[in-house]
Design a binder for this molecule. Structure first.
Ligand code: CIR
Length: 274
């Protein structure tokens, strides 16, 4: 039976001091953020995930955004070197947690990579060149992934923090996209649902199996997705949004090993578009 693991991490008591790039700082209600994070984990459970939650700390305000620290493939996991230097303290615990599930590869200097810049579509991996992710990291990823049959394609991100602020997958063949932030021409072979122009932050959706976990703050785009045929599980993500995060950022999802024998290595095709 297919079992999914979702790695998550506690909201830090210091979340209000998070990194910010495009947003102005506004107060964050940490208790509310915690309650919303529990609801998010509940949605992941409903989608079939087993939650493995890591502890946070005062020294890691952005700890909840685990997506940026590691990217899980069927065959291996890539541990990043986050573009924001203060976030590198988040790395060791993620690496330790993932090492039980996958062989690890590490991005090394001068490479910098945030997992929010990585969109996996079967054997195609799109990597956003952003303020956090550089070409050296893309070259390192190419070397790590080529032996497993993946192609890695660098795409330029403009106007937003990460590639997945601009585009995420809502089905194997369909991407939810904000065309102001990413050119659709670089994402050939897909169908597209565009965000409602009044909701620029709406392109981040988390697809898990048949369910799309989606922020309730984007009702117009939610309607477009429903019309397209997506089954939405709405969540309130208001507090992580103030920290420039969204729904994909708060988990690292992968198939659990079924062989009880340590690392993955199932050798099949990467079946997910995430
Ligand atoms: C940061 O700037 O690093 C955090 N405040 C937000 C990271 C959001 N992560 C993501 O979109 N993957």
């Amino acid at each position: 039976m297919r079992v999914l693991v979702a790695l998550t991490r506690d909201i830090s008591p210091s979340m209000a001091s998070c990194e910010l790039t495009h947003l102005a700082r506004v107060p964050i209600d940490v208790e509310r953020a915690r309650a919303q994070h529990r609801e998010y984990e509940q949605a992941l459970t409903e989608a079939g995930c087993r939650i493995e939650r890591l502890a946070s700390g005062l020294d890691m305000p952005d700890s909840v955004f685990v997506e940026d620290i590691a990217i899980a493939f069927d065959e291996l996991a890539i541990v990043t070197r986050p573009g924001a230097e203060p976030r590198r303290v988040e790395v060791p615990a993620l690496a330790q947690a993932l090492e039980r599930h996958r062989p690890l590869r590490f991005i090394v200097p001068p490479g910098t990579l945030d997992g929010g810049d990585v969109l996996i579509a079967g054997r195609r991996v799109f990597v956003g060149l952003s303020t956090r992710t550089n070409a050296d990291a893309v070259a390192q990823m190419r070397q790590m992934l080529a032996p497993h049959g993946y192609t890695v394609c660098a795409v330029t991100v403009r106007g937003c923090l990460h590639l997945k602020s601009a585009v995420t997958a809502v089905a194997d063949d369909t991407l939810l996209v904000n065309p102001q932030w990413i050119g659709k021409d670089v994402l050939s072979g897909f169908r597209f649902v565009e965000v409602d122009p009044a909701e620029p932050m709406a392109a981040n959706a988390l697809r898990v199996g048949d369910l799309v976990i989606y922020p309730d703050a984007c009702p117009r785009t939610a309607e477009r997705l429903a019309r397209h045929g997506s089954t939405l599980r709405l969540v309130d993500a208001s507090e992580v949004a103030k920290a420039e995060g969204a729904v994909t950022c708060c988990s690292v999802i992968f198939e659990a090993n079924t062989d009880h024998g340590g690392h993955g290595g199932r050798g099949g095709t990467n079946s997910r578009t995430v």
